[in-house]
Design a protein around this ligand. Structure first.
Ligand code: URA
Length: 214
């Protein structure tokens, strides 16, 4: 199992102080994974279990992994941000009463920068043979805001990735290239059901790529 250091966890917690986020969920997986999966940020479920992708999106992701002969134990699962970004909202109960509760939300650019050193370290240490980005947040964190999952999904890219340069205060490209395979976030099929067909097609292509790599 690969584990980021306590120092990096402490640094991540310090850098994200003051933002509307809570908790910290480490990335999880073996030292030599078949692929690294890069999502957005943990949600409410993940905070409870302490394990990435354990909610509804996680179940969807496990089905995709199974479709290419992989399970959670074979892959390293991480994301752009490791704390849960939340916003307050009002939930109406069946009896008409309203209660305030926290809802998951996408991480902001500043939150992504706050946790950039963590993902940078994971990629540098693990040197995954293939990085599968799940949704726009993971994709843009690694190759820049111009990248769009709707345009690049299902295409194997060979490209530098972005790492955070604290001194320069900006993201810079690595010298080495990585293999990146962008696809949709597993939760995208819940709010856009037709995406399921595109997503399943991507995973079929990914299965072919993995077969060639083995
Ligand atoms: N979405 C993510 O990006 N990561 C999780 O762990 C859960 C949902």
């Amino acid at each position: 199992m690969y584990k980021i250091s306590e120092e990096l966890v402490a640094l991540g917690l310090k850098r994200i102080e003051g933002f509307s986020v809570e908790g910290f969920v480490r990335g999880s997986g073996p030292l030599e994974p078949a692929v690294m999966l890069v999502g957005e940020a943990p949600g409410e479920n993940e905070l409870e279990t302490g394990i990435p992708f354990t909610g509804r999106a996680g179940k969807e992701l496990m089905e995709s992994l199974a479709s290419v002969g992989l399970s959670r134990e074979d892959v390293y699962i991480t994301s752009a941000v490791r704390s849960r970004p939340y916003k307050w909202g009002v939930k109406k109960k069946r009896n008409g009463e309203t209660v305030e509760r926290k809802y998951n939300r996408a991480p902001t650019k500043k939150e992504i920068i706050a946790h950039a050193p963590i993902l940078d370290a994971e990629i540098k240490d693990i040197r995954p043979p293939l990085i599968v980005t799940l949704g726009n947040v993971g994709l843009q964190r690694l190759i820049g805001p111009q990248a769009k999952v709707t345009e690049l999904h299902g295409v194997l890219l060979e490209t530098p990735v972005l790492t955070w340069d604290e001194e320069a205060g900006m993201f810079k490209e690595t010298e080495e290239n990585y293999h990146i395979f962008p696809t949709f976030h597993p939760a995208s099929v819940f709010y856009n059901p037709p995406v399921r067909y595109l997503k399943e097609d991507d995973w079929r292509k990914l299965g072919e790529i993995l077969k060639m790599k083995r």
